[in-house]
Write a protein that binds this ligand. Sequence first.
Ligand code: 2YC
Length: 269
Amino acid sequence: MTRLTEEMIIDLPENARERSKKLKEQIGMDLKTLAFKSIGENPDDYDFSDYSVASVPITAGLGVIGGFSLSVKAILEEMGFECFVTTEPDVDGFYEALEKGADIIFVADDKRFLAYNAKTGIYSENVSSTAAGYSEALDIASGGLKGKDVLVIGAGRVGSESVRLLVSKGAKVKVTDIDFGKAKDVAAEYGAAALSNVSRAISEHKYILDASPGLIPGELIVEGAVISSMGIPYSFDAEGEKKSDMIIHDPLNIGTAVMAAKCVASPRK
Ligand code: 2YC
């Protein structure tokens, strides 16, 4: 998994509302609505203003990322949750969150970003949530992907979950990866087609879900492309932005919002 850096998210807290407004301009719904729609729920059915959410800094592995917990807090507050960052990290921070009555607790180490509803036991994680949010955004942006050719770039954890979701939405899914073996395995598992030439695949598709950390040269992008790109760092140059009709991207917002929606909406399993 690609690890965020402080510079990628340094302006996230003050831009959270702006990004949600931009999403509404792009796909006609704000972040909260997209998050609930991507799990098949209507945000109006939920009043989560009385939810308390904690973001706990985690020092494990490569350690805390400056601004990460504050970014999680800002994303959740923009959705309407009341959120705090614990003063302590790690287990003591988790304890502090429970002591302060947090309903949902967000924690991330280098391998997993988890949200846990301490009241219901429901939990969600970032890989499937990010795939759900970006696949839904592409479905909406395309006017409905059923029967349409869609290219997924990247056959990693998020890319393969995106292939599964896009196939379930009735899209004709192609998947490509610099490791063609991975693309073939994912394609076989979910009923998609694997393409070995990454550059040619990109230059032949209008609808693209980008789940790769690589930069995508603008000369590969087709005119009028509709791109949903969760890849970090941001993958597009000026030419790619000019040629594409829409690029949906953020460093953390959509995945985190879907995690929260899942923790609020899921009935006890
Ligand atoms: O500040 C902290 O608590 C750090 N332990 C957070 C580490 C997050 C590592 N994961 C990532 O950077 C990416 C994010 C896009 C979310 C999932 N993986």
